[in-house]
Design a protein around this ligand. Sequence first.
Ligand code: HEM
Ligand code: HEM
Length: 234
Amino acid sequence: MALSRPYQPLLLRILHGSVGLFLMAAILTAYWTYDTYDGRWGKIPLPTFPDIEGIHGTFGLWTLLIFPAFIIYAFHRGQKRLIQPNTLRKLTQVGKPIWWYNLNRVTNTLALLALTFAVFSGKMMDENWLPDGELNHAWYYAHLISWVVMVGAIALHLLMNAKVGGAPLLLSMLTWEFREKDSPTLWSGQLSRWWSSVQQGAWRKWFQPMTTMIALEIAILVSLVAAWIIPLLK
Ligand code: HEM
Ligand code: HEM
């Protein structure tokens, strides 16, 4: 493969691709659920299909299950592509290439926050509300808003990536080819080296120094854990 072409690490493509795929399915089935049970802000004549709610819940759940791994990847190996300490200052250089790169980092970070909000509010939903015609629950409104926010965040994310790298960059996320050093045959060795470093105390440095980004990562992971625990307490 030509080195000049943009290249995405295989693990990133797997995590990003599965989150993206399940999320798209969740977004489409979410709309169909809304169309079946609600429709107060407009409707397209999709067939009424009560089971779509459960199908949506399943895709939402799959997204939620992979999302923590993607978060950990994005905040560590992919850290350069998220918001940086100097990002806001650089955003004053309007229209220069660096401005677009930084805007891209901002929209990547926004996509992660939007998805956290969507899966969290989804977990706060009760599957009986819509079939029972209860359309005025605060968490239902929050979950509806999360759909609009998520669609907006993905649209911006795609626009920014198209602006920064055009079709070659977008396609680099969707190919199956990988470089030798990225081969999955190396993963078990890397995992066991990582595990022995953890056992030797590498974990003590995990949260050092405590930057804003690490605090943000912890806040997201804690809210994903809370999304599982809170419904159990109801
Ligand atoms: C729907 C199709 C999507 C396409 C075609 C796409 C495309 C891309 C591309 C090309 C990059 C690499 C950018 C670079 O090299 O600077 C990227 C990175 C990223 N995308 Fe997407 N994306 C999609 C959906 C999503 C969704 C749904 C989310 C969030 C929930 C998301 C979050 C991210 C993040 C956080 C990064 C940075 C990853 C890292 O390096 O750690 N993307 N995306
Ligand atoms: C980006 C958009 C969305 C995402 C990522 C998402 C994700 C989720 C998640 C993770 C769950 C919890 C599933 C479970 O615990 O089994 C859920 C449940 C639910 N969502 Fe969404 N959702 C989105 C938008 C919507 C919209 C717009 C509606 C409007 C009708 C909706 C309706 C529901 C309902 C009724 C439930 C409860 C059903 C169940 O738990 O089986 N969602 N969603």
